[in-house]
Design a protein around this ligand. Structure first.
Ligand code: NAD
Ligand code: MG
Length: 394
């Protein structure tokens, strides 16, 4: 029986994780759930899963939530508040596995704390890895934590790696990764029309049902850019050995090309419960609740090279990882600010890439040797991106 802590329990990945947990009450016990401010969903999750602890990260929502729990049938749940409490629950003794499913940089400190404490880290929160890079991978190595990718592509690549493969190590006979992408909702939209797309159009993903931020990232293909950086770190690969492939059916979730010419692919229906169940059961397997793939429904699989003119964010991610140092941190921070501005209708869709490119041009790729340097670069890049947005808005 393993104890699990779900950081970001109320989000798309958190909800899918609880769905898998509920199928395997004999394997997993929910120790802690966390949310930012969606306390209605968190309350229902408390009634169903009865964790020992919950964290409400948004402090202004915590008192009312505590009172509601105190008057509920699950009054023994300990309610903690604020960002520091996220680290506390991620490192509890009774926690074996931590699902890192907070969106964005807010997930870095608790995810890193879990890695340092030697927990099994189920990593969905790609921004945490992209911004902290080698510091995160080093923490995993030093503590001996297991790191299992949840991002469907990286989980697919992990599954295609040789038996016994450990994330962060060098799979010598794997010469190339083929990182698949759906191409998002604007794969074939005329480029001129991209200026006028709305947040609602951008978050309507054709294949995956996800949170708003990652959905916009999919539409700009920054999601694939972040995943490119994530793959370089998780699989110790050079960006030149990672080919992004647009595969609109989203049935193959990525491939590994070996020196003998064998290409291994992982396939499945596009449902995040598959990689979640894989990582939760690893090195075994168990049921995810997803329908078996009907191969006869697939009929056809297409593969295209991405157009970097249409998707400048993908080009910027290649540039950031090649520059190294703090540049991926800067790319990620500027993207978070720009996407938020787009979702609040402060800037146009096509301005997202401009803001990121302009922010990156204000930084040099200084080494990122410490967490303090990473956090400083993250803050400076956010401020720089915000200033650029203000000049556009007035
Ligand atoms: P989401 O927006 O649906 O959920 C985000 C969760 O994080 C919520 O529980 C929210 O309460 C919490 N959160 C947000 N801001 C917070 C803060 N400041 N402090 C504490 N908690 C906070 O997002 P999602 O789609 O579930 O994605 C979560 C992560 O998983 C992202 O990093 C995303 O890139 C990654 N991911 C998601 C999918 C997917 O299918 N949704 C696939 C691959 C990777
Ligand atoms: Mg993905």
């Amino acid at each position: 029986m393993k104890g699990i802590c779900i950081l970001g329990a109320t989000g798309s990945i958190g909800v899918s994780t609880l769905d898998v947990v509920a199928r395997h009450a004999d394997h997993y016990r929910v120790v802690a759930l966390t949310a930012n401010n969606n306390v209605e969903v968190l309350y229902q999750q408390c009634l169903t899963h009865h964790p020992e602890y919950v964290v409400v990260a948004a402090e202004d929502k915590a008192d009312a939530f505590r009172e509601k729990i105190a008057a509920s049938p699950v009054a023994d749940i300990k309610v903690l508040a604020g960002a520091d409490a996220l680290q506390q629950v991620a490192t509890l003794d009774q926690v074996d596995s931590v699902m890192a499913a907070i969106v964005g940089a807010a997930g870095l400190l608790p995810t890193l704390a879990a890695a340092k404490a030697g927990k099994t880290v189920l990593l969905a929160n790609k921004e945490a890895l992209v911004m902290s890079g080698d510091i995160f991978m080093q923490a995993v190595k030093e503590s001996g934590a297991h790191l299992l990718p949840i991002d469907s592509e990286h989980n697919a690549i992990f599954q295609c790696m040789p038996g016994g493969y450990v994330a962060g190590s060098n799979a010598k006979q794997a010469r190339r990764i083929l990182l698949t992408a759906s191409g998002g909702p604007f794969r074939t939209t005329p480029i001129e029309a991209l200026d006028d797309v709305t947040p609602e159009q951008a978050v309507a993903h054709p294949k995956w049902d996800m949170g708003r931020k990652i959905s916009v990232d999919s539409a700009t293909m920054m999601n694939k850019g972040l995943e490119l950086i994530e793959a370089c770190l998780l699989f110790t690969m050079s960006p030149d050995d990672i080919q992004v492939v647009i595969h609109k059916q989203s049935i193959i979730h990525s491939m590994v090309d070996y020196v003998d010419g064998s290409v291994l692919a992982q396939m499945g229906n596009p449902d995040m419960r598959i990689p979640i169940a894989h990582a939760m059961a690893w090195p075994d397997r168990f049921d995810s609740g997803v329908e078996p793939l009907n191969i006869f429904d697939v009929k056809q699989m297409d593969f295209e090279e991405p157009d970097l003119q249409r998707f400048p964010c993908l080009r910027l991610a290649y540039e950031a990882i090649k520059a190294g140092g703090i540049m991926p941190t800067v790319l990620n921070a500027a993207n978070e600010i720009a996407v938020d501005a787009f979702l609040h209708e402060r800037i146009r869709f096509t301005e997202i890439a401009n803001i990121i490119e302009n922010t990156m041009s204000q930084f040099s790729a200084d080494k990122a040797d410490s967490l303090e340097q990473v956090l400083r670069a993250d803050q400076q890049a956010r401020d720089a991106a915000e200033r650029l947005i203000e000049t556009l808005v007035v």
